[in-house]
Design a protein around this ligand. Structure first.
Ligand code: DGJ
Length: 723
């Protein structure tokens, strides 16, 4: 049993394998968040309930009276707007009067084994009901009739807790949700650093760490998607926490649209963290009896440092988020046509790629952008998902047959949520793009966003996708999204529902993706948004891999892959060797081997020497496939901390083998490079397959290796295999 309710103390304790989370029900049924941290056996939090040492100016509840409790200073479990709690709130409900004061109090709860899916939205899952236990707490705002259900699931075998929220209108009048966050966590102190992932196109997910300060701080997206700029991830780490030591809390939102992840440090030097749909340009009209579901947050706590937090996320996402055939089945090793050909290809060129690729050991050819409508550049045809027969004479069949005849599988590119003004679809339906009345919508890469919040639009796109995918032998789909959403509006939404657009758009995307994966369960699905512009856990619920970045330079990729690994597993980071020439092919391969390995180049242009290197890489890829997918990642030298070298290690779950890679980004003249390893079995003797030297795990972790000679040239790298 992992969830306990002490009916005398009126307290819940939710335990995972290593953590406890305590919620108390105070007088007048206020719900208080009393503890989140390392596992504890008891829950005598009575003295933590009142936290107001006679604070002036803090409102008091008239029934409870002036004896030390105020919503202003109490650790409120799900902070509401305007009823004495002045911090950033998780919930604001407007009623028919126009009042926005919101105040929820405990009414009921349920505890059950397993975990329910969130309707129409992606969420993590249990493989069997024994894996987790769920607590649902109902709390009602008497005045508006909003009944909030706070949903917590704790996992028995890993330190993960998920949180999500449902709001039901139990009144007979319409209410308006101005904000519904998915998680709200109060911490007793502000002695934390906040860690976030910022970026931009071709420079995604840089790690940024800064101490919390009084006021509000955090990350958000207003781009309509999670975006390149900020990832829906935030960690709070004790100031002394390092990669290998100390208290760290991670929060990752399973959502692909506008989000907020904010921490506020108040006058008591306490911290509140909220995460969920960005309230900016959001409102949801809830008629009598209707329900609204907010997306899920995956919360991790560990006292073993930032690296351990990442490994917990990696294991959890591999086991409880990524799904479908390719969760476990080996994914075909692919070559993608984009950087090799851009829009300039025809059947013969692609079949020639396949022929050469086959000789190297590659298993699938992916035809990227440019196969449909009349598309020969990026100015047209999005929305016209029928074959460009000028380019691919006779349609897809002769091409796919040709590729299959060379022994390769075949994959295809789509950008379903977009429409080019120069397209048959736009000419037929000039109101199907995202826009607002009387404003000329902004363009992005010459395209508009297609209004997939509309069912008729989705139906059209789905029918087009279905025709191509059902009539042809297609093994893989890459789903791209190459601009952000401006002029947010849908021709169909009435004025009072305009602010529902952004969320409805994301629900529309999920609907399409869900149809794709359920109708075509054998297709390998790869997410993409101009590289990693929609790299979030929600996308992983549909696509087991995501194109990490359009930047395939191996040195730049080090930063991107290190940042991405903060919470996303190697199994989902698509990483390709391309023709870009800052380093040789060895280093390109060593870096790409970190993730879902592949190629993105014209295989006919490889020299004989490069060909041999690629063949050897592919042999290594097959050998290490399972290790990379299931292993534990240890970041040994981070490029964010060290301007010269980067290094990482992937250790098999049973610690019987591991691989280690060191990349010299920039040689540090006359310097030494000693590396200590992590996460090994101290008593096991490991043989280095590269030079047959034998070392104990204890030696490697405490003494390490002298790799000075491997780190003496810009762009040089080495991967060592131990077993
Ligand atoms: C952006 C993607 O990230 C690239 O890999 C490629 O698919 C292009 N779009 C095609 O337009």
């Amino acid at each position: 049993m992992s969830i306990f309710f002490d009916s005398d103390k009126r307290m819940f304790k939710l335990d995972t394998s290593e953590t406890s989370y305590v919620i108390g029900i105070y007088e007048e049924n206020y719900l208080l968040g009393l503890y989140y941290g390392a596992k504890i056996p008891d829950m005598n939090f009575t003295k933590f309930m009142k936290r107001n040492p006679s604070a002036s100016f803090s409102p008091v509840n008239p029934v409870i009276g002036e004896h030390g409790f105020s919503p202003d200073t109490a650790p409120i479990e799900y902070g509401c707007n305007g009823a004495g709690d002045f911090r950033i709130s998780a919930l604001a409900v407007r009623n028919a009067n126009g009042d926005t004061v919101t105040d929820i109090r405990y009414t009921d709860h349920r505890i059950y084994k397993g975990k329910k899916a969130i309707p129409n939205m992606p969420s993590t899952y249990v493989n069997s009901d024994d894996e987790a236990e769920t607590l649902e707490i109902d709390a009602v705002d008497k005045v508006t009739g909003a009944m909030v259900t706070l949903v917590y699931t704790v996992f028995e075998n890993c330190p993960v807790m998920t949180k999500s929220v449902k709001v039901k209108n139990t009144s007979d009048k319409t209410i308006y949700l101005e904000r519904v966050m998915s998680a709200c966590n109060d911490f007793y102190t502000m002695d934390y650093d906040i860690i976030t992932l910022w970026g931009r196109h071709v420079k995604e997910r840089n790690i940024e760490r800064r101490p919390l300060a009084h006021g509000v701080q955090g990350v958000e997206s207003k781009r309509g998607v999670s975006g390149h700029s900020q990832n829906p991830f935030v960690a709070l780490a004790k100031h002394d926490a390092t990669e290998d030591f100390g208290d760290v809390y991670g929060f990752n939102l399973v959502y692909s649209g506008n989000f907020s992840a904010l921490a506020e440090c108040d006058h008591n030097c306490s911290t509140r963290l909220i995460m969920g749909i960005n309230p900016n340009d959001f409102e949801w009209t809830l008629s009598a009896g209707e329900e609204f579901y907010a997306p899920e947050v995956v919360c991790v706590f560990t006292d073993k440092g930032i690296g351990e937090m990442s490994r917990i996320y990696h294991r959890f996402y591999n086991n409880n988020l990524i799904r479908g055939k390719y969760k476990t089945e080996k994914r075909p090793l692919l070559i993608n046509s984009w950087e090799a050909a851009y829009f300039d290809f025809d059947k013969d060129k692609l079949v020639a790629f396949a022929k050469e690729a086959k000789k190297l050991g590659i298993e699938m050819l992916v035809m990227d952008d440019g196969w449909f409508g009349k598309r020969n550049d990026d100015t047209n045809s999005l929305g016209d998902w029928f074959v460009n027969e000028e380019k691919l004479v006779g349609g897809l069949k002769p091409l796919i047959d040709g590729v299959n005849a060379e022994g390769l599988k075949f994959g295809i590119w789509y950008e379903p949520e977009m429409i080019s003004p120069d397209s048959e679809l736009f000419r037929a339906h000039p109101d199907w793009h995202v826009h607002v009345a009387n404003r000329e919508p902004m363009l992005g890469r010459h395209q508009y966003v297609l209004d997939v919040s509309r069912e008729d639009v989705r139906e059209n796109i789905w029918n087009q996708l279905y025709k191509v995918l059902s009539e042809n032998k297609i093994d893989y789909v890459k789903w791209d999204f190459n601009r952000n959403i401006a002029d947010a509006g849908s021709a169909l939404l009435p004025p009072e529902r305009k602010k529902e657009f952004f969320h409805r758009f994301i629900l529309g995307t999920y609907d399409l993706m869900n149809r794709l994966v359920t109708t075509f369960p054998d297709i390998l699905f790869e997410g993409c948004s101009g590289g990693g512009g929609r790299f979030d856990p929600a996308m992983l619920a549909y696509s087991p891999q995501i194109w990490t970045s359009d930047n395939t330079d191996p040195i730049e990729r080090l930063y991107i892959q290190f940042g991405t690994s903060m919470c996303y597993p190697a199994s989902c980071q698509s990483a390709h060797v391309s023709a870009c020439d800052r380093t040789g092919y060895e280093t390109k391969g060593n870096v790409a081997m970190w993730g879902t390995f592949g190629y993105e180049l014209d295989p006919r242009k490889l020299t004989d020497d490069e060909r041999e290197i690629v063949k050897a890489q592919i042999a290594e890829y097959h050998k290490t496939y399972k290790l990379v997918r299931d292993g534990d990642l240890y970041r040994i030298i981070s490029p964010f901390d060290n301007p010269f070298n980067a290094a990482w290690e992937i250790v098999a779950p049973d610690k019987q083998s591991f691989m280690f890679t060191l990349v010299c980004m920039r040689a540090n003249p006359n310097s030494l490079c000693f590396v200590k390893f992590k996460g090994l079995d101290p008593d096991k003797y490991y043989t280095c397959e590269n030079d047959s030297e034998v070392y104990s795990g204890a030696f490697l972790m405490n003494v390490g290796l002298n790799l000075t000679e491997k780190a003496n040239r810009d762009g040089k790298s080495i991967t060592l295999y131990f077993s």
